[in-house]
Design a protein around this ligand. Structure first.
Ligand code: PLP
Length: 327
């Protein structure tokens, strides 16, 4: 077996360059205190407990035309996930936001997917968090893929998952243990579906691998599963806020949370999936039940959300700002 010198390591690394790396545009790593733009340098120490124990939390959000969408909601959820794990961010929240903006600027992308990971940090290959002197965080910026409905205009095909769901305690925080979610996606691929949705311990609808699931009942109520059993999706929460305008105009009777059985889904007037990567997506199939056309409520919610993303003014990046290498 070849043992690589430092120089030979970088030579060998060069041979691992792949076409898909073109999506990865910038990584900030707190241990380096700097951004790297070469995808081959976007690496995490193997003894970081996030790598070998899943001991970390994360967020994913998007930047659209230079506007970071719903950032404060993502930062709030990140803080609450960190609290659940007893993790402390090594910088203040305003400093984190500054680093996110700088990393985005360095990527040069006005439309981007941003992922923030806060890890227990390196320290050992054991399980004990006490082995890790300092949490790390990473900000990764990559190109933004087209929305689900742009590539699947007829809507999403959904089935019921056979993978045991995470109990509420683990489902309600966004930590880096995503094996059940991975298996749900794999299950969907095997069944030639787009998503599967888990059922909770009482047989009620839970969530998809990375999205929330909702219905519009025949008597015009918009319903999502309550957040004690699923992740409180930032999109779901925002869609419910936006739905208030449809309640005011009488399009909907009400909008909120509740238990949804599979039978409620079969009887629903409209079915939807919501999330950062799916926006509001029309569900055209749930097991052997079909809704060929996108219904009026899902269409209205989709338009409201897309307009909200487009006109989001919470954080607008200044791409003209000068960033020097040493900054
Ligand atoms: C398990 C799970 N549920 C729901 C969501 C949707 O959350 P958001 O709308 O914040 O993207 C996600 C997002 O990744 C998720 O991982």
């Amino acid at each position: 077996m070849r043992i690589l010198s430092r120089d030979a390591y970088f030579e060998a690394l060069e041979t691992t360059r792949r076409a898909y790396h073109a999506q990865y545009r910038a990584l900030y790593a707190s241990d380096l205190g700097a951004v790297v733009l070469d995808p081959l340098l976007m690496r995490i120490p193997i003894d970081d407990h996030m790598v070998h124990r899943g001991d970390g939390v994360f967020e994913m959000f998007k930047c659209v035309e230079g506007g970071v969408y719903n950032l404060s909601a993502h930062i709030r959820r990140l803080a609450s996930s960190m609290d659940a794990l007893g993790l402390r961010l090594p910088v203040s929240e305003p400093k984190l936001v500054k680093i996110i903006c700088h990393t985005l600027q360095a990527s040069g992308l006005r439309d981007a997917a941003v992922r923030v990971y806060v890890s227990r940090g390196p320290g050992s290959f054991g399980v004990s968090p006490a082995d890790c002197p300092q949490p790390h965080f990473y900000v990764v910026v990559s190109t933004l893929s087209s929305g689900f409905m742009e590539t699947h205009p007829t809507g999403a095909r959904v089935g019921i998952s056979q993978i045991p769901v995470k109990p509420g305690y683990f489902a309600t925080m966004k930590h880096c243990n995503y094996l059940p979610n991975v298996l749900m996606k794999q299950e969907a691929l095997v069944r030639e579906l787009d998503f599967t949705v888990g059922l909770d311990h009482e047989g009620y609808i839970g969530e998809g691998p990375t999205e929330n699931f909702g219905i519009v009942t025949a008597d015009r109520r918009l319903l999502f599963p309550s957040c004690d059993r699923v992740l409180a999706g930032t999109t779901m929460v925002r869609v419910l806020e936006l739905a208030e305008s449809l309640v005011e105009t009488g399009v909907l009777r009400e909008a909120g949370y509740g238990r949804i059985s599979p039978e409620d889904v079969y009887a629903a007037a409209e079915v939807l999936i919501v999330g950062t990567t799916t926006d509001v997506t029309h569900v055209s199939q749930f097991e052997d039940c079909y809704w060929d056309e996108m219904g009026p409520v899902v269409r209205a919610l989709r338009e409201l959300l897309l307009a909200d993303i487009q006109h989001n003014e919470e954080i607008r990046l200044d791409f003209a700002a000068h960033l020097s290498e040493g900054e």
